[in-house]
Design a protein around this ligand. Structure first.
Ligand SMILES: [Zn+2]
Length: 362
């Protein structure tokens, strides 16, 4: 059954909880109020209510949370009970834009995404199955550890517990994958599968992809919580969620003057590992190159190689996409050379694994 979802505006929750607002408004989306948790100690308003993301934060005592937790904390009740009470009350008191209206584009800054994804990965382990699969691709133990691959739990309850643990340390608004469920608690979208970090040149985790098995086929999907995605009955699947973007993963020695472009972070990580830390730029798809020029500019490369799968560069649909990519890269003024190899080895990683296993010529 799809969860019933109702947005609880922070001003509504504050009003119902008896939080006194100050006569100050800071910017379009912030209202100052007297903190209910430290108000007997101070006569100044230290509480910030953000009406765009429905969060509160006290500058003085550090209390923070969302509409539901504000109300729950003041009333000394559970989040679930607080949500029910707020939901039953008249939400029209403070009418505001609903989810998706002017708030859908909010994405937490890179540093925050990195911290949260890093902490998420630190809470997870790599299953034996995924570990053996990575070894079989040709990745070394060092590379497997360094690249922080993890296995995502397939149980929704386990993912909810992870999100709950992270929510105690971080604000999860604007982090693709996380959303508020019907009880007002954070949860993590997705399913089981291998998690693959997409990193910047400096090693910040921008986003995560998950290797899913859909109808026996492996697919790479973003860890994402698109707030516009609805169930069949029209209710949002991921309230307050954030959709992932087509980030470019950078792997290998960032000081190299030559870089290769390939499709998929795991393929790039593997190819890099098999060729002495060669530098790779990995796009999530051949058409997903919006951030490719910026990724190239973040490096100091003088030459680019295209290392796309052999079966794909022969497809017309694919070769026109490659053409578009070359057009996109042209303004950078960096020579681009499309690589080809024995088509018996489709991906650059397959080819590199094979050539490494060939006996060295005398
Ligand atoms: Zn306070």
């Amino acid at each position: 059954m799809a969860p019933e979802y109702k947005r609880i505006p922070i001003l509504h929750a504050a009003y119902r909880a008896g939080v006194r607002l100050a006569d100050e408004k800071i910017g379009a989306n912030e209202v100052k109020a007297f903190c209910p948790f430290c108000r007997h100690l101070t006569k100044k308003p230290h509480l910030f209510l953000n009406t765009e993301i429905d969060q509160f934060f006290c500058q003085r005592c550090g209390a923070r949370g969302n509409s539901v937790s504000l109300y729950a904390m003041v009333r000394g009740i559970s989040n679930k009970a607080a949500f029910r009470e707020l939901e039953e009350s008249n939400l029209q008191l403070f009418p505001q834009a609903g989810p998706g209206e002017g708030r859908r584009e909010y994405m937490a800054p890179l540093e925050q995404r990195h911290d949260i994804y890093y902490d998420l990965l630190a809470l997870l382990t790599l299953s034996d199955r995924d570990f053996l699969d990575l070894l079989g691709r040709g990745l070394t133990l060092d590379a497997i550890e360094h690249n922080m691959y993890r296995s995502m739990p397939s149980s929704a309850q386990a993912r909810k517990e992870l999100a709950g643990e992270l929510a105690r340390l971080h604000d999860l608004h604007g982090i693709p994958g996380f959303y508020l469920d019907e009880t007002g608690a954070w949860s993590l979208a997705g399913n089981g599968g291998l998690l693959i970090p997409y990193c910047t040149a400096k090693g910040y985790i921008q986003g995560l992809q998950r290797r899913a098995e859909i109808q026996g086929k492996r697919r790479y999907v973003w860890v994402s919580s698109n707030p516009d995605k609805c169930s069949k009955d029209g209710s949002p699947l991921y309230p307050y969620g954030t959709r992932a973007k087509a980030w470019i993963h950078i792997t290998g020695n960032i000081h190299n003057s030559t870089a290769s472009i390939t499709e998929g972070a795991l393929k790039g990580d593997t190819a890099s590992c098999l060729s002495k830390d060669a530098l790779y730029l990995c796009a999530p798809g051949v058409n997903a190159i919006k951030f490719l020029p910026a990724a190239v500019r973040s490096l100091s490369v003088e030459r680019l190689f295209g290392e796309y799968d052999m079966d794909q560069i022969r497809q017309e649909q694919y070769s026109s996409a490659l053409q578009r990519m070359q057009e996109t890269l042209k303004p950078l003024g960096i020579p681009y050379i499309q690589q080809i190899w024995n088509p018996a080895y489709n991906g650059t990683d397959d080819y590199k694994l094979h050539s490494r296993q060939l006996p060295l010529a005398a």
